[in-house]
Structure formats: structure tokens, C-alpha cells
Design a protein around this ligand. Structure first.
Ligand code: C2O
Ligand code: CU
Length: 478
């Protein structure tokens, strides 16, 4: 057996060291080609800015033959959204139009950007309105994403189908597969319960949030991917409201990137734990004609998902079948060095966050309250302790994180970290270069029901001499 070393280990969550080998699997015939989200069209304006338009609107999806499901999507897609893509150094403008029957927001998850552009609960977009976000993309290549973040309604908006990828490219050449949809393939994982009439099941039945027994990859049920190259890079996003996955293809893969970008060097792993909001980029070696299945392993996921076997937590789930052709185009080997970005060095300020009962430090989200004030550009040490029997994870807006207490080589760039029950995760947290004494960023559990329930705090990032607001004014940005 190769080493079991999941992104979860990089994230400080103990992985099950004892993989039990091949789990019993009830094969489910892969029925449909994996849909590839289209790249969002953009234009470059007179000022050289890359301009996207994105409309959120209701639609109808056909996940299963003969069944119509009312859904919400971006960019004309009934479910999901097109992939936005920009280069490091580019200024981007995204005009988001809300054609939904209620107020939403659009958050750029993983992006370092001014708080007013963040798309959190303080940047509401009323029905019929258009919100313009603009910023300079100034971070290394990464697989980021976007989704709604309206106060108290994030889970429902995401569950209806609103989410898409935002890929950042940079100019540092790395010889990884990079043909979008060919050998560099987005895999956005979500799970849904489907009622007999096709509607999404939005009933809460357990403490982690909405879990469904139908898993979709890019909105496709039981998908397969035709592979034409000897290596394929999968950019996997867990866009599920609550479900975690332990990804495996039944053979070691190269983990090359996580949330915030490429690892310093590839890590050969048997499986990768992905909690909601996290991403993993893996390179899978394919043999001609030999099919493989990307699955979520059962092992401890029943516990991770906080549900009994009956809810699907203890079964392995087939996510995507890979179907290599009989002749494969040779891909270059995975490079030994992927990124030379300097790791963070320990900061002086320590902040502690205790997670329990869907509260952080005993507090429920209050949109008017300032919970933390962080100096612009600072690197600090943040400690997250889960004193709960439920799994939680923590996503910090604007910042890039490195989890401490893991081998130096596993110090990947994160923005969302799993914090298993009874454990503490320490992370170096570097906030971005944008100061704003009035508009906060969010820090919250990315199990979206927990976020909606109030498991979220607000922090201001202030410059030297700036006096932070003592309360956050509602709707100041309108
Ligand atoms: Cu992916 Cu605050 O969210
Ligand atoms: Cu939580």
C-alpha cells in the first residue's frame, strides 16, 4: 500500500491510517457523459479589464430521464454555472444580475480581494438588480469557485444549484495537463435528494445539513469521462452543502493542488478527504482500455458526515467512471516541482476559535458586530478547536492559510480546513493587502446549514492609522 495521505492530513484532520483495501462496491453503470461546464465568455474593455456577465436565474434540469427538476443556475445554465477564468495580474469585472425571485449574493470563494467585492452577506443583490464586482487577480494559479452567500439562506441557494468554478492561471510554467475538459477536467461534486416528482428534497433530516443520495458531478448523474491521454488531471470541488467525500480511484494518485494552489511537490496518495468548500487537484494515471471509478470511500465518512449508514454515510459512492481509450496519447510525467512559492512564517498574534453547538466562541453571527480586527497583510496563527460531536470546517474569506503541525511538505495553501470532532487545527493565516475599516470579511463553517444557523464571525482588515468601525452598518454599500 502507498501512503494514505489525504488533503485532510494537510488540513490537520487525522485520516484513517488503515485503508482496508478495496471496499465492497455495488457497481452502478455509468450512464451519461460527464458534462463539462462551459468557459464563461468575457471581453476586454478599453481599460484592459476582463469583463464577465453572470446572471442567476431559475431553470429546469433533467437529472434523470423523464424527470423535471426546478433548479437555479448561473449564466444560462439551469444548474451550476460556467467556469470563469482569468490570469494573475488581470483586472476582472463581473456583472452579476439577479433574476431569481429573492435577494442573493455572489461570493468569490478563495479569492483575495477588497471586502466590498467579496460578495458575502453585506453585498446583497436584490431581484432585478445587477452588482458589479471588480478587482485585480493577484494570487497564484488555483481552482477557486463562486456561490451565493445571502445571510441565513446560503444553503438553500447553493442547494438549488448555484455554484461554479473560477480558475486562476499564472505565468509560471508547470507541465501539468492543461487542456480544459480534455485532460484538465473540472469535477464539481454535489449531492441531492430527489423527490418522486423530481423536485429537490429541501427537508432537514439531520444535524449536518442537506444530504442526498444522488451524487452529481457537474450536474451529471452516474457520469463517465472518455479519456484520451495517459494522465488526466481532475480538479475536484466539493460544492455539496454538507457531505464530505474521501476520494479514491483504487490506485495511488498524485495530489498536485488544493484550495489555494499547487503544492510545492506532488504527493502520492491513496485517497483525499474533501469537506464542503475544499478543492483537490489530482493527476490519475490511466492504462489503455482499463476503466477506473472515482469513488468516495466509506471508511469513516459515516462519522464525518454525522449520519448513519442509512443516509449513505457508510456506503461507498461512485462519483465518476474514467474510460480510457484503447490507445492513449502520452502525457508528460508529473513534474517533481510544482510551485516555488515561499511558505508562510509564523506570525506573532494568536487568535483562538472554539467551535461548538454551531457557534464560534459561543457567538452566533451578528451582521452588525465586529468580531476581530486584523492588520492589513498580517500573518497570524489561528487555532480552531472543535468541542462538538459534529464535524465542522472553517473557511476564512480573503486569506490564504497553511496548516501547522503537519510535515513541511504537506503545507499546502488552504482557505477551508476540516476540524474533526475533538481536535484542534492550528493554521498560519495571511490576510490580503486590502484595508477597509467598515466592511468585514467572514469566517465560518462551510457546512452551509451551520453557516446559516449562525456559525460565522466577521473580521475587519485595517491599515495603519485606520480606526475600525465599532458596528457594521447594514446596506452601507448601496
Ligand atoms: Cu464558500 Cu463564506 O464561503
Ligand atoms: Cu459546522
Amino acid at each position: 500500500l502507498g501512503a494514505t495521505l489525504a488533503a485532510g492530513v494537510a488540513a490537520g484532520l487525522a485520516a484513517s491510517g488503515c485503508s482496508t483495501g478495496a471496499p465492497p462496491v455495488r457497481p452502478r453503470p455509468a450512464a451519461r457523459p460527464l458534462a463539462i461546464p462551459p468557459l464563461a465568455p468575457s471581453s476586454v474593455d478599453a481599460g484592459g479589464r476582463r469583463v464577465f456577465g453572470l446572471t442567476a436565474a431559475p431553470g429546469t434540469s433533467a437529472f434523470l430521464d423523464g424527470l423535471a427538476t426546478p433548479t437555479w443556475g448561473y449564466g444560462g445554465m439551469p444548474f451550476g454555472g460556467p467556469t470563469l477564468r482569468a490570469r494573475r495580474g488581470e483586472e476582472v469585472v463581473v456583472r452579476v444580475t439577479n433574476r431569481l425571485p429573492e435577494t442573493t449574493t455572489t461570493h468569490w470563494h478563495g479569492m483575495t480581494l477588497p471586502a466590498r467585492m467579496d460578495g458575502g452577506p453585506h453585498q446583497p443583490i436584490a431581484p432585478g438588480e445587477t452588482w458589479e464586482a471588480s478587482w485585480r487577480v493577484e494570487q497564484p494559479a488555483a481552482t477557486l469557485w463562486y456561490h451565493p452567500h445571502p445571510h441565513g439562506a446560503t444553503e438553500r441557494h447553493v442547494h438549488r444549484g448555484l455554484s461554479g468554478l473560477f480558475l486562476v492561471d499564472d505565468d509560471v510554467p508547470v507541465d501539468l495537463p492543461d487542456r480544459y475538459g480534455v485532460d484538465d477536467v473540472p469535477v464539481v461534486l454535489t449531492d441531492r435528494g430527489l423527490a418522486p416528482d423530481g423536485a429537490f428534497d429541501e427537508q432537514h433530516r439531520n444535524a449536518v445539513g442537506l444530504l442526498g443520495d444522488t451524487v452529481l458531478a457537474n450536474g451529471t448523474v452516474a457520469p463517465y469521462l472518455d479519456v484520451r491521454t495517459s494522465r488526466v488531471r481532475l480538479r475536484v470541488l466539493n460544492a455539496s452543502p454538507a457531505r464530505s467525500y474521501r476520494l479514491s480511484v483504487g490506485a495511488p494518485v498524485s495530489l498536485v493542488g488544493v484550495d489555494g494552489g499547487l503544492l510545492p511537490a506532488p504527493r502520492v496518495v491513496d485517497d483525499v478527504l474533501l469537506t464542503p468548500g475544499e478543492r483537490a487537484e489530482i493527476v490519475v494515471e490511466c492504462a489503455p482500455g482499463r476503466r477506473m471509478v472515482l469513488r468516495s470511500l466509506p471508511d469513516d465518512l459515516g462519522a464525518v458526515n454525522g449520519v448513519a449508514a442509512a443516509a449513505g454515510g457508510a456506503d461507498s459512492l461512485d462519483l465518476l467512471e474514467l474510460r480510457p481509450a484503447d490507445r492513449l496519447e502520452a502525457s508528460p510525467p508529473v513534474p517533481a516541482v510544482l510551485s516555488r512559492e515561499a511558505p508562510l512564517t509564523e506570525g506573532s498574534t494568536v487568535r483562538r476559535f472554539v467551535l461548538a453547538n454551531n457557534r464560534i466562541n459561543g457567538l452566533a453571527m451578528d451582521p452588525t458586530r465586529v468580531d476581530e480586527v486584523v492588520p492589513v497583510g498580517a500573518t497570524e496563527t489561528w487555532e480552531f478547536t472543535n468541542r462538538h460531536t459534529l464535524p465542522h470546517n472553517i473557511h476564512v474569506h480573503d486569506a490564504r492559510l497553511q496548516v501547522l503541525d503537519v510535515p513541511a511538505a504537506a503545507r499546502a495553501w488552504k482557505d477551508t480546513v476540516a476540524v474533526a470532532p475533538g481536535t484542534t487545527v492550528r493554521a498560519l493565516v495571511r490576510v490580503g493587502p486590502y484595508a477597509d475599516p467598515e466592511v468585514p470579511y467572514m469566517l465560518h463553517c462551510h457546512l452551509l446549514r451551520h453557516e446559516d444557523d449562525g456559525m460565522m464571525l466577521q473580521f475587519l482588515v485595517v491599515g495603519p492609522g485606520q480606526r475600525p468601525a465599532t458596528t457594521i452598518a447594514a446596506g452601507h454599500d448601496h
